[in-house]
Design a protein around this ligand. Structure first.
Ligand SMILES: [Zn+2]
Length: 495
């Protein structure tokens, strides 16, 4: 759940209060006309809770985080869950937690729906729900909790203790996986949980939390937890007919914030999550790996992350800081040229100047690093947040050519187009036009612009979809920067 830049509880409450006042005022003056403006399941919700839960990151060596030894309060082993074997912590009753219930408090924390058949979202008191039909599940989003199982579940079940408690946060996830691999279900698959701060993404995804801390993830994420998560994800991929790739199984850190100006981005599960090892485990459960290597693309597979590496032991003995696996970006064709603008290079979870494993980027040029590191430098188009040190930053990311350093053996250079198959939906897209905008959601709405691109910039697209509630508005998901963003078909041509 963790944010890149923690914000104080007080300031987030002020932001939330102002936001709610704004929404209420808006409702009173013009009424609600879209499913994306709501006092309940607001698009800002889970960012706010995540900010609070991100207020501290204890060092693992001094923290006493342990797997739960008994069933947490509010959880039972009754089997009334979507995933066989999960412990039932599904939050109920709807009058307390469900934002589609007029009686629920304003800080309710999930939206009941009938996914993938439809999503139904509260609009205003005594008004019909806004229905999106179908409401396909496109993504599985991977998180970490930044706290223990008990603290995470108590945050998700906060209203149960006191429905009038205004400090309960609008946060939830479908599943939580403890350090010992036990799976706890909190929200039904068919319902919308508030796990990633981007309401479109929440509508179309399943959120899975892993107990641990991202900044010291190598001390937490362990073999029992990875294997248990892999089994759950393999089950979900089969159930919802999704491919095993990084376009459909996302890090929270690659889900774009709704708008960069109002919502800080999230950084979990962080640079120590072993993506290739994890995907290897998922594929062992019978979900075929969808590996795509289009011409002139570089796909990142660090050796310290690959299938046979994995954490060696149980919790407490799982890895070292050498497991850091983000790839850095430079201003020129040399590692001596300096990094692109970075927010805080002393923070291992900083995502302003790097990219994650498993992600593919189109490259324009490549050279051997003249600084003698042995790295290959790939020139890629990247949405750079070049205002990170400005007192009044624009927050928009501008597509620029930057240089990605890839050590020997850590990347796959695509040379030929793979044979098409049922899951082969990837392509390269070239931006066209005078005023190209990059969106955090595939929705025709100027509120969700997170950056811009120049004519001719080329990006790797993992898949396409038709905009909700339309029959023909085609959108491309693209690997834009550390985030996976969206562009409409009207702005691109095939590359
Ligand atoms: Zn998260």
């Amino acid at each position: 759940m963790r944010l890149r830049k923690p914000i104080s509880r007080l300031s987030m409450r002020i932001v939330l209060s102002v936001f709610l006042l704004f929404v209420v005022a808006l409702a009173l003056t013009i009424g609600y006309t879209t499913s994306q403006t709501r006092a309940h399941a607001a698009s800002s919700t889970s960012n706010n809770q995540a900010a609070n839960q991100a207020s501290s990151t204890p060092d693992a060596s001094t923290d006493s985080l342990q797997a739960a030894s008994s069933l947490p309060a509010g959880c039972t082993n009754d089997g009334k869950v979507d995933y066989p074997g999960a412990i039932d912590c599904v939050i109920t009753p709807p009058t307390t937690y469900d934002c589609n219930n007029d009686q629920s408090p304003g800080n309710c924390n999930y939206t009941s729906s009938d996914r993938p058949t439809s999503c139904s979202v509260w609009v205003a008191p005594n008004q019909p729900l806004a229905v999106t039909k179908p409401c396909k599940l496109n993504q599985i989003v991977i998180h970490d909790t930044e706290g223990s199982l008990a603290s995470t579940l108590s945050a998700f079940m906060c209203l149960g203790a006191n429905p009038n408690n205004s400090s309960c946060q609008q946060v939830s996830a479908h599943y939580v996986i403890d350090l010992d691999g036990k799976v706890y279900q909190v929200v039904r698959d068919q319902d919308i949980s508030y796990h990633d701060g981007n309401f479109w993404s929440n509508m179309h995804s399943i959120g899975i939390e892993h107990v641990g801390y991202d900044a010291t993830g190598y001390q937490w994420y362990n073999s029992a937890q990875y294997l248990s998560s892999a089994r759950l994800v393999a089950y979900l991929l089969k159930k919802y007919h999704l491919p095993l790739d990084r376009s459909h199984i996302l890090a929270h850190s690659t889900v774009a914030a709704s708008t960069l100006s109002t919502s800080p981005n999230h950084v979990d599960p962080g640079p120590y999550w072993l993506w290739d090892y994890y995907f290897h485990l998922i594929s062992q459960q019978g979900a075929p790996l969808n590996s795509v290597a289009l011409p002139h693309t570089i796909t990142l597979h660090p050796r310290n992350n690959q299938a046979l590496h994995g954490p060696k032991g149980p919790y407490g003995q799982v890895g070292t800081s050498a497991d850091y696996n983000f790839f850095k970006l430079y201003t020129g064709p040399s590692t001596a040229s300096g990094l692109i603008p970075a927010q805080d290079t002393s923070d291992p979870t900083d995502v302003s100047y790097n990219v994650e494993p498993g992600i593919s980027y189109h490259y324009v040029n490549k050279v051997q690093d003249p600084a003698g590191t042995g790295d290959t430098m790939y020139q890629i188009w990247y949405g750079e947040e070049d205002q990170v040190h400005n007192d009044t930053p624009s927050y928009l990311a501008a597509a620029k050519l930057v240089w990605l350093a890839v050590p020997p053996g850590d990347g796959v250079d695509g040379t030929q187009r793979p044979e098409p198959d049922i899951f082969h939906t990837a392509s390269l897209v070239k931006m066209k036009g005078e005023n190209i905008q990059i969106y955090s959601r595939p929705t025709t709405d100027s509120r969700y612009v997170i950056g811009g691109s120049t004519d001719g910039a080329t990006f790797f697209s993992g898949y396409t979809l038709i905009e909700d509630d339309t029959s023909s508005n085609l959108w491309y998901e693209i690997n834009y920067n550390h985030r996976q963003a969206w562009v409409p078909a009207s702005e691109v041509v095939g590359a």
